[in-house]
Ligand binder design. Structure first.
Ligand code: HEM
Length: 224
């Protein structure tokens, strides 16, 4: 566990400005051919996926190299020192830029003002949980069983209890890359961002696998 010290003021409204990061993000969000099932992921609109309750596929990236693991752990140490501010900045960006993602949160689903969002205790609590889960993943990069068990817990809770469309996990990954690249430019270099892209894509693949395991398509189609 990394110490949570040295608070940093993070601006959740800064615009996106690194072309290398932008390239990674776009490649990630636009989707890639899925090696496991042969479908093309990411090209469907969010509306279509919501309507049909489908799980959007991405190619599972190659395993992280030792160098990539070290880059992720070193950069995360800096981010996690600013855990709460970074987490809130990421979630405010998600909810401002993708307002439909607020629908799952009873206490701020109708809030538009970023400053109000930033103060929401429900948002801040979720930010803390997201950052803690990422911290566990980063600490467990060499323990695939631990990674799988975290993804299973998160995937099951969001599919079955919170009924969150899986596409929001992909969108959140892009937002994480975006905000970290802006707020920690000296740490999140293009090479480091590329390692994070792989990790976040692996997390998304794990989450969508859990959604399918618990029958997300069937569930959504029958209730939609
Ligand atoms: C890396 C991504 C994420 C992680 C690690 C994460 C983690 C968590 C955890 C640990 C909880 C509390 C435990 C539970 O209820 O089972 C939670 C609750 C929740 N999550 Fe997430 N989450 C993530 C992404 C999302 C996304 C993308 C959404 C929707 C857009 C979302 C919506 C919710 C909601 C609605 C709750 C319940 C909130 C409440 O009761 O106040 N989560 N999340």
């Amino acid at each position: 566990m990394y110490a949570n010290t040295a608070p940093l003021k993070i601006n959740s409204k800064v615009s996106y400005n690194s072309s290398a990061l932008k390239h990674d993000l776009l490649r990630y969000l636009l989707g890639q051919f899925c090696a496991c099932c042969g479908r093309v992921g990411g090209k469907d609109t969010m509306e279509r996926m919501q309507g049909e309750g489908e799980v959007d596929h991405l190619e599972r990236p190659s395993p992280l190299t030792d160098k990539e693991r070290v880059m992720i752990q070193d950069s995360w140490a800096k981010v996690y020192q600013n855990c709460d501010d970074a987490g809130v900045a990421i979630l405010v960006r998600l909810f401002v830029n993708f307002p439909s993602s607020k629908q799952y949160f009873s206490q701020f689903k109708h809030t538009e003002d970023p400053e109000e969002l930033e103060k929401s205790s429900q948002l801040r609590k979720h930010a803390h949980r997201v950052m803690n889960a990422i911290n566990t993943l980063v600490e467990s990069l060499d323990n695939s069983e631990k990674v799988a068990s975290v993804l299973k817990l998160v995937g099951k809770a969001h599919a079955l209890r919170h009924k969150v469309e899986p596409v929001y996990f992909k969108i959140l990954s892009g937002v994480i890359l975006e905000v970290l690249g802006e707020e920690f430019p000296e740490v999140v270099t293009p090479e480091v961002a590329a390692a994070w892209t792989k990790l976040l894509a692996t997390v998304y693949c794990g989450i969508t696998a859990v959604y399918e395991e618990v029958g997300w398509t069937k569930l959504s189609a029958s209730t939609g």
